[in-house]
Design a protein around this ligand. Structure first.
Ligand code: SF4
Length: 563
């Protein structure tokens, strides 16, 4: 796994490079951010030829260790204006690793609007004309790819939103069942891929001969230890497989952290209709293609993913997750899982981030375009995205644009990016992360909600966020799923896995230094891009508008945030 594939979309050349010595411990977010920092001018236009899109797998992606195959995608973000990394499960990273590829760097820009697909297999890579996929929805694109290349390939795909360079566009890849719903959703990275004229990356690992762990016995014993911890931990053994990430909803609802009706309160009267129990019971009762537990990548023992079926038992979308339920559901006053699932499907097919769409819809509701809770109007507005109408363009341009066009002051965003489903007045540590993370308002950059602390009190939140940001950066830098964190009794085991996999001695301190350095270089890049401490703030209404459930405002001041 020591190859970098470099794809020049201007000259249409695909070349193979040996991983530089200085990158040898880097993977996942550590590698995407390193390449962006080393090769992209912070002043570059995110949608211009000088930006680069980097895809990277983790060091353990093809190793069989549970939950180790996240795909990281990085670039300068057209949404935040800073560096961005977004990661997802799926099979693409696993296939990359089996082909010996640590990273794919896409640079330049295709000429005359021509579109291409990148095909990678054991013999190397090539760009092929992709015009036949142009403006197809993600599900049709995936089907065409399966028809042509076989159903077992990994497929990294953008939807029409990415082709239109809309700044909420994500990049998805497929799971082992063929659902193309594992989104690197945040930061508009799909628009970067679309701007280059690249519609899909196809990874065919047929005949690949991956290299196994150097110290095999030691490696296997550590991998088994992880599997045992997953089995011994109630969250990973019972809660996540049964209720998925939606198990979070009762927690946030109870502490006033569930954004409801555009963050006007933190608890939702319809929560019981959309929480983890409701989701599980609906899926089980309908049967058919639905399943409440599903693995998004090969070898995951937690299986927190699901397939949500319609009343006829046919799959509607996979997965249906907490963030979408929170932002499209409670935050829009919608208590109907079928509507939320349908909106999720439409967003996936068009290729946009459901968090950003949920935020933008709620702002449109606050503007009076439709009442909160009006499922039909919300669905119609989402359908307008694919039709590329004026309203559709506004929603697909994200919450900041929606707020400006519609004249709404209460816009929940940091550094241009819409807020996920944790109210920062009730979950203040996560609020600190929204404000200070190089990634903008992004819970995946350091969520504190699972910590055993009083989330609405002021004290200790900066420290909690800082530790969470480092801990998550460590997982991201190794391509590991954050759902594993609750089961990980000793992080030293991660160093032992890397050491035995590659036959060198890597300590936990080395891995943590790598995570720290990743955060440092991301912040330095953002400073170069013009994002300063003045951007490390939440929108003003969170400082003076009390969350009626937690009874608190966000009261962590600038001096504290700069600690
Ligand atoms: S825990 Fe869930 S999100 Fe993580 S790898 Fe497993 S199925 Fe995917």
């Amino acid at each position: 796994m020591d190859i970098i594939i470099r794809v020049n979309m201007s000259s249409l050349e695909v070349t193979m490079e040996k991983l530089p010595e200085g990158y040898r411990n880097l993977s996942g977010r550590g590698l995407t951010s390193r390449v962006v920092v080393d090769e992209v001018n912070p002043g570059a236009d995110p949608l211009g030829p000088r930006n680069k899109l980097v895809l990277a797998c983790g060091l353990l992606a093809d190793s069989g260790v549970s939950s180790s195959g996240r795909l990281s995608v990085g670039a300068k973000s057209p949404l935040t204006g800073g560096i961005k990394e977004s990661n997802a499960g799926g099979i693409a990273a696993y296939k990359m690793a089996r082909l010996g590829i640590r990273a794919i760097i896409v640079e330049g820009m295709s000429q005359n609007g021509h579109q291409h697909v990148l095909v990678l297999d054991k013999n190397g890579g090539s760009l092929r004309p992709g015009g036949d996929l142009s403006m197809l929805g993600v599900y049709d694109k995936a089907q065409r790819i399966y028809d042509q290349y076989g159903k077992k390939v990994g497929a990294v795909i953008i939807g029409p939103a990415g082709e239109r360079r809309q700044v909420t566009a994500g990049i998805t890849n497929n799971d082992p069942s063929g659902h193309p719903g594992r989104y690197c959703g945040r930061g508009g990275l799909g628009a970067v891929m679309g701007s280059k004229g690249l519609l899909a990356v196809i990874l065919d690992d047929t005949g690949a001969s991956p290299v196994g762990p150097v110290r095999r016995d030691q490696f296997l014993s550590r991998a088994k230890q992880i599997a045992r911890w997953i089995k011994e931990t109630p969250q990973t053994a019972e809660v996540f497989p049964k209720y998925g990430t939606a198990s979070m909803l009762d927690t946030t609802d109870a502490i006033g952290g569930l954004p409801t009706r555009n963050f006007s309160t933190g608890t939702f009267e319809g929560a019981e209709k959309i929480n983890g129990y409701a989701l599980h019971n609906t899926i089980v009762a309908r049967g058919g293609q639905g399943t409440p537990t599903h693995s998004c990548m090969p070898g995951c023992h937690i299986k927190c993913s699901n397939v949500f079926p319609g009343r006829d038992g046919n799959a509607v979308v996979s997965p249906l997750e907490y963030e979408t339920i929170g932002m499209v559901g409670a935050n829009c006053g919608i208590d109907d899982l079928d509507v939320i699932a349908r909106i999720n499907y439409l967003c996936n097919d068009y290729g946009v981030d459901t968090i950003e769409v949920g935020c933008a819809l709620a702002v449109a509701m606050e503007a009076g375009l439709m009442p909160f809770g009006d499922s039909g109007a919300a669905l119609a507005a989402v359908e307008e995205m694919a039709k590329d109408t004026f309203l559709g363009k506004i929603i697909a341009s994200g919450v900041v644009t929606a707020g400006r066009v519609l004249g709404v002051q209460r816009v929940p965003a940091v550094k241009g990016q819409g807020m996920p489903a944790y109210d920062p007045r009730a979950v203040k540590g996560t609020g600190v992360t929204y404000a200070t993370s190089p990634m903008g308002a992004d819970h995946t950059a350091g969520n504190t909600v699972r910590l055993n602390i009083r989330h609405s009190q002021r004290e200790g939140q900066v420290r909690a966020s800082r530790d969470a940001q480092l801990g998550i950066a460590l997982m991201d830098c190794l391509g590991l799923c954050v759902m594993l964190v609750t089961a990980l009794k000793d992080r030293g085991l991660l160093a032992e896995l890397v050491s035995s996999r590659f036959g060198r001695n890597v300590t936990l301190e080395v891995l943590l230094d790598m995570a720290r350095e990743t955060l440092d270089i991301e912040r330095a890049f953002n400073r170069g891009a013009g994002l300063t401490a003045a951007h490390d703030r939440l929108p003003e209404f969170f400082y003076h508008e009390t969350n009626p459930v937690s009874g608190t405002v966000f009261d962590i001041n600038r001096e504290d945030l700069e600690q």
